[in-house]
Each structure stands twice: as C-alpha cells, then as structure tokens.
Design a binder for this molecule. Structure first.
Ligand code: SF4
Ligand code: SF4
Length: 383
C-alpha cells in the first residue's frame, strides 16, 4: 500500500546530504513518477520575504537546487516562483531571489519566474474562494510542486504545504483576502481552496531547520532535522504539525481539511514511511493560534450570545507591540488590511476594535517588534 507521508533524516544543508535525503524521501512515495521529458513543472517555493537562508524564513537554496537537479534529470523544464506580500514585480522578486539565495538554482538549469502577470480564475467547487486572481505562471505549468518550510504562523499556527498557496495570489491582492475573510475558519477555507485549485502533484517540506516562536518571518531557527514529502499536502501538514506539538485543533487549515474529508483527524491514521516520532521536538515554541474552543458553550440565547462574544474576544490572540524593538518604520501600518494601525510619534497604535487578527503586521515587521499576544485566561488555560 502506498504511504501517505514519507520522512527521512537530513541533519544539515550540506549539498550532498540534502540531495541524498531528497532522493530517499521521494523514493518511498514514487514522488517524481509523474514527471515526463519536456514537461513544464512550476515549483511553488516559500519565499515569504527577502531574507537570507540562515534566518530559516524561506526554503533553503540547497534543497531547491537538489530538487531542480532531480527534475532536470527527468527532462523537465523547471520554473521557480512565489508571490510574497508586497508588489508582484520584477524588481521586487529579483531582490527576493537574490537575498534568499535562489539564484544558485539557475546553475542547475532552472528558470526563476519572470512572468508577473495574473489571471482571474473560477473554482465553483470552492467553499470560500470561488473566484480569485491567480499568479499566471502556476496556471501555465503542466504540473506544480509545492516546496514549503516548517514554521510557526501567527494566524494559522503553522506554515506548511497548504498555507504556502496563499502565494498563488498576487502580493498586492492579499490584503483584500484578509479583509474579506477575517475569521480564521473562513480564511483557512480560502487557503484550502487555493491548495485544492492548484492541486500540486507533490509536496515537499523543508524541516531541516524550521522556525519556532514569532513565525513566519521573525521567529528563531530551530533544528528539526528531516525532510517530509507527500502527494497530499494536508497529510504532510498533519505529520509536520505533529513534530512541533500541534494537532488539528491548533491549525485552522487542518480543521478545514478534516471537515472536508481531505485528511484524517489523527496523525496515527496516516500511513508513514520513516520514523516520524523520532523527529518530534517536544519543547518547540509555537504561537497561540486562533483557538477552536467552542464559542457556543454558553448557548444561543441573548445572554449566551453575549457570553460567547466575550469568550471569543478573550480567547483570540492579538497583535502586541514590543516598543523596545520597534524602529518606527511604519511597515505594520502600511501592511494592515483593516487600517487598524496609525503611527503616533513614530510608534504604531493599534485600534483594537478595527483589528481583524490577520497578523500581517507581525509577519511583515522587519524587527520582530510585533508579536502574538494572549490574554491572561487562555494563558492560564494553556490555549
Ligand atoms: S513594522 Fe515593526 S518596527 Fe516598523 S513600526 Fe511597525 S512594529 Fe515598529
Ligand atoms: S493590526 Fe495587525 S493583526 Fe490587526 S488587522 Fe492590522 S495587520 Fe491584522
């Protein structure tokens, strides 16, 4: 019986070690069997921002190069791309490619995506995103491979295979999505829709050095020491989440996938090749995600609704400023889709009533000054 997820050890980004680990992790799922000579394969990277490889914010170039090498061996034409937050333009993406070290992959025969056009697509089967703008290079490919990074995420708990497809939306259009779908459950369903629309043939996760704490950009690199692969991104995310102490209840995209019957609710129900448990990092620092604590526990009458609203407010994490780290650059205010931040005397002031808890300010703060805060009660409850 084919397995759902494959995991192998990979202790460093030494090129030879990464290449042999990648061959091994793909072998047990026959991961590249679909690749035919002349096929145009788009690899959707996680290049969240122009950040150096040692920050662990983006997929490591050694893994990207190894994958390109394997695809070229099979005769594929390979294009590498992403659309991080911000302008989707040649100037910005060249800065991203350069800083993230991805240019090295050109030596192995890959093209870095230069097509910054977008197309409007319809996806009638979607739960939320039935019509959306889409980065055209993905739409033009014969097949897509999802190359993601194991990191924490302020809004979704985990960045992995499914969250990676928010990068199929052109950067400047992303705030609209946050604004249209402020509830974590709805936004998670948008991400699942984008993943299901893209239908990558293969998902690979860079779990050599992950990111813990204030992810997805300002957390701390943390060794996990493995590569994971699967033809099912939801299964890959379930396995990856288990390594850092998260379950379905902590990751809204996994909850949405379970509800749609795309993945089992327990990692124990997956068929895994490799010793998944041996890569668990018990003290991995996660971020409090949008908890799924039942908001209907107080009933649906007027008093119950009020209690539920108060409960939801108390349980929901919020953006929290560390003033000593803030340099007053204003990027948080410029990024906020809800216009909930104003700069006052070179410090951001958050209007709590307007905040939709998307954590774009946390993701794009270059100094890690914006973090994920929790109220006292969920901290005491360990939520
Ligand atoms: S983006 Fe970060 S450093 Fe810049 S003003 Fe906002 S909190 Fe301060
Ligand atoms: S303040 Fe931060 S978390 Fe709140 S809506 Fe703005 S960007 Fe999102």
């Amino acid at each position: 019986m084919p397995c759902d997820v494959s995991v192998v050890p990979c202790g460093s980004y030494d090129e030879q070690e990464v290449e042999s680990a990648l061959r091994a992790v793909l072998e047990s799922i026959d991961g590249l069997a679909f690749v035919q000579p002349g096929m145009h394969v788009a690899v959707k990277l996680n290049l969240v921002a122009p950040m150096k490889p040692d920050t662990a914010a983006t997929v490591h170039p050694a893994l990207v190069c190894a994958l390109v090498k394997l695809l070229r061996e099979r005769g594929a034409e390979v294009v590498l791309g992403d659309s991080p937050g911000g302008v989707y333009s040649a100037a910005y993406l060249h800065l991203v490619y350069e800083t993230c070290g991805i240019r090295r992959a050109e030596d192995w025969g890959a093209q870095l995506n230069e097509d910054f056009s977008q197309e409007e697509v319809d996806f009638p089967e979607a739960v939320q995103a039935r019509h959306f703008p889409y980065t055209a290079y993905l739409g033009k490919a014969d097949a897509i491979i999802d190359l993601c990074k194991l990191k924490t995420h302020g809004m979704m708990g985990l960045t992995g295979a499914v969250k990676n497809f928010f990068g199929s939306i052109p950067g400047t259009k992303k705030p609209e999505f946050h604004y249209r779908y402020p509830r974590a459950e709805d936004f998670a369903n948008v991400l699942v829709d984008l993943y299901e629309y893209s239908k990558p043939r293969l998902c690979i996760c860079d779990g050599v050095i992950g990111m813990e704490g204030n992810g997805p950009t300002q957390g701390t690199p943390r060794k996990i020491g493995c590569l994971l692969a699967s033809q099912n991104g939801h299964a890959l995310d379930l396995a990856a989440a288990s390594l850092i102490g998260l379950g379905v209840q902590d990751v809204p995209t996994l909850r949405a996938a379970v509800e749609r019957g795309l993945v089992p609710s327990q990692v124990s129900a997956l068929s895994v090749s490799g010793d998944l448990a041996s890569f668990r990092v018990p003290d991995f620092k996660t971020v409090p995600s949008q908890s799924n604590v039942a908001f209907m526990i107080f009933g649906s009458g007027p008093l119950g609704k009020l209690a539920n609203a108060v409960g939801a407010r108390i349980l929901t994490p919020f953006p929290k400023l560390s003033p000593e780290l803030c340099v007053g650059c204003g990027k948080c205010a410029a990024t906020c889709p809800a216009k909930a931040i104003t700069m006052v005397k070179k410090k951001p002031r958050i209007h709590r009533g307007k905040c939709i808890h998307c954590f774009c300010c946390q993701e794009f703060c270059p100094k890690g000054a914006m973090q994920v805060g929790r109220h006292l009660i969920p901290r005491l409850l360990g939520k």
